[in-house]
Design a protein around this ligand. Structure first.
Ligand code: UGA
Length: 432
């Protein structure tokens, strides 16, 4: 099938690559000419495992193209443009409507619009009215994405379910054909109405955020009661009704999706005149976590004013170069506000994209060992595999870390080994 993907950000790129892998001929369109040039000339402007290799392969097979304009025969449009949120959860749908306007100005009636961008509940039906008002006739289907950054291509090709929110059976038939290679793998195909499909997306992220926030709160109780956080997560997760995923303690959930979707969903409750008590509490608990962690770091170090603190991991989690909504950055801001001096390191972050209130007190390094120079403590904030492979024996022997304090906010290091090597090791659920 010929498919157009509109908006080549994170979701758009993975969707385009994924659909081409399924055997469709995909044309990715973005209004940003520079982005398209970067994609065409390589390397891929965003970091995601295996994607560059796949793009090269799909280009060669002529299954994937990128450009700034639609093509004459384009009829099926995946809309994957960004839907930015303000602090109160209001979602800015201007880019989505701008994309729709650009399509309807170009194609004759009878196109299919698939909404993949995460939108507030009720948006697809509003788009249907919008099209009617414009006197054009196109079908609108909600087909939310459930891609985790860092595992996105895998998630696209091996989803837990495909959700289709459609009001007519003709659209359902097209989508059945489009996703047939995945349906052959017996992946559940949930057909529902557009409003429910939109709600499934945001409610899923809200559930995940809930799980993480509750586990993090329990982690604080583990510190006080000397209970074992790892065994607690396992013990809860082995209950099949709960499940093992999203029960890892950490510095709080971040990224551009979980925090945004909770705020947006909470706002939808408000707009429909009902109250959500749980969603605002999850947001509050997560925000409070950053302050709690900085207070603990301050207590461990006996004050942080003018002390150098090394921090590994600036992205919102491992295996991505995305720092949007990163807990590391919130923690750094709070440390800087207390006059700590930060040495930051991350294997993928583009440092020049970061902005800070107190620029003078933060310095970024291209090498994890150099980052430790003169530092009182090392904080590990994301779970990159490479942090587990760092030669801590050498760091200790060469006296690279001044006070030999390691604070592990993801519990990725081997406590016994690191203590044997002579470090004071502080981890989540035991000391923090
Ligand atoms: C999330 C959802 O997992 C995807 O299904 C969804 O499609 C996507 O949002 C979206 O709406 O586009 P993502 O934001 O890439 O994906 O990140 P996650 O892997 O879900 O992690 C979110 C945050 O939770 C990260 O800060 C991560 O470190 C944290 N986390 C996750 C924990 O602290 N503990 C866990 O056990 C799991």
């Amino acid at each position: 099938m010929y498919i157009t993907v509109v908006g080549i950000g994170y979701v758009g790129l993975i969707t385009a690559v994924g659909l081409a892998i399924l055997g469709h001929t995909v044309h990715g369109v973005d209004i940003d000419a520079q982005k398209i040039a970067d994609l065409l000339n390589g390397p891929c402007p965003l970091y995601e495992k295996n994607v560059q290799k796949k793009i090269n392969y799909l280009y060669a097979k002529k299954l994937l193209h990128f450009g700034t304009h639609y093509r004459r025969h384009d009829r099926i449009f995946f809309l994957t443009v960004g839907t930015p949120a303000s602090q109160d959860g209001t979602i800015d749908l201007t880019p989505l409507y701008a994309a729709i306007d650009s399509i309807i100005a170009f194609v004759p009636n009878g196109a299919l619009f698939l909404i993949k961008s995460t939108v507030p509940v009720g948006t697809s039906r509003k788009i249907v009215h919008y099209l009617r008002e414009k006197n054009v006739c196109h079908a609108v289907v909600s087909n939310p994405e459930f891609l985790r950054e860092g595992n996105a291509l895998y998630d696209f090709l091996n989803p837990d379910r495909i959700v289709i929110g459609a009001d007519n059976t003709h659209c359902t038939a097209i989508l059945t054909k489009l996703y047939q290679p995945l349906l052959n793998k017996k992946i559940p195909f949930l057909l529902t109405d557009p409003t429910t499909a939109e709600l499934i997306k945001q409610a899923s992220n809200a559930f995940l955020a809930n799980k993480i926030a509750l586990l993090n709160e329990l982690s604080d109780l583990c510190v006080q009661t000397k209970a074992d956080l790892g065994a607690l997560s396992l013990g809860i997760g082995l209950d099949k009704r709960i499940g093992e995923a999203y029960l890892k303690g950490g510095p709080g959930f971040g990224g551009s999706c979980l925090p945004k979707d909770i705020r947006s969903l909470s706002r939808s409750f408000h707009q429909y005149g009902i109250a959500s008590h749980i969603l605002p509490a999850v947001i509050t608990a997560n925000n409070h976590r950053f302050t709690y962690i900085v207070n603990r770091i301050t207590a461990i170090l006996g004050g942080i004013k003018n002390k150098i603190i090394a921090l590994y991991g600036l992205t919102f989690k491992a295996d991505t170069d995305d720092t949007r909504g990163s807990p590391s950055l919130s923690i750094i801001e709070l440390l800087l506000a207390q006059k700590a001096i930060i040495h930051g390191y991350d294997p993928k972050t583009k440092y020049d994209l970061l902005t800070y209130n107190e620029k003078g007190s933060i310095k970024f390094f291209s090498n994890p060992e150099e980052t430790l120079c003169e530092a009182e403590a090392l904080i590990i904030a994301t779970e990159w595999d490479m942090f587990q492979n760092i030669d801590f024996e050498k760091i200790k022997t060469k006296g690279m870390l001044k006070s030999n304090i390691i604070i592990d906010l993801r519990n990725i290091l081997n406590k016994n080994l690191i203590q044997q090597q002579g470090f004071s090791y502080y981890c989540l659920g035991r000391d923090i």
